[in-house]
Write a protein that binds this ligand. Sequence first.
Ligand code: ZN
Length: 241
Amino acid sequence: MEQLDYLWDYQKLDLLMDELENRKKSSPARKDLYKSIQYLKKQQNDLEKLNNNVDKRYHNYKRIFHEFQNIKDSLKKEEGILSTEEIKSAKQLEHLEKRIAEIYEKFSERKRELTALVNEMDSLNQNLRALNTRVRKGKKEYDINKREYDLVTKEIGQEYSKIKARRDVIEARLKSSLLKRYEAVKGNHSVVMAEIDQNRCGGCNMALASLVVQKVKDKNGVIECENCGRILYSGAEAQTE
Ligand SMILES: [Zn+2]
């Protein structure tokens, strides 16, 4: 057998391997697995956002708590004045009452803020519980899809190894320069070798010069199609001649 005949057989197995790769890539199990990964990622993002919101609320809570302390302190101070110092005039009393009223106003304001905050915290907690349920569901789905995909890859992987072993036997017979050329064309065309069909390139259908056709039939070196660059081959025909 000539080098190109070996390469032809090599290509047959190479294409089978491509097909297996594609089958793996386009398998429903892979799509399902991808979907469940996306779903989990979304839940993770939501959880991050929720945590940020909780942090903000906590920060607010600390601020209001601090303000409560201040209000309590100023109230104590005003009460101290009321009990220890003599109120000398109606004006002074009025002034003191006004200050205490202001403090109470601040106090009610903080109370309103705190009530709103507690409500927000409640709804955040509800969201958190719903999110936890979604994460659990997502993880369960991921596990199922991962097992399914592992089965598919294992099955395809076994078939792939068998074909590769056969391809390796042929590869050992090929000159490395020819293999390199094959790989180079493979970068542009998934099917590297084109059979000649009625003096045309079987890859791109370009009409070939009769000299080229003859050279290919004679297996006189490696000849690429001028138009598409595929390695031209004249297989069964030449072998039966
Ligand atoms: Zn061509």
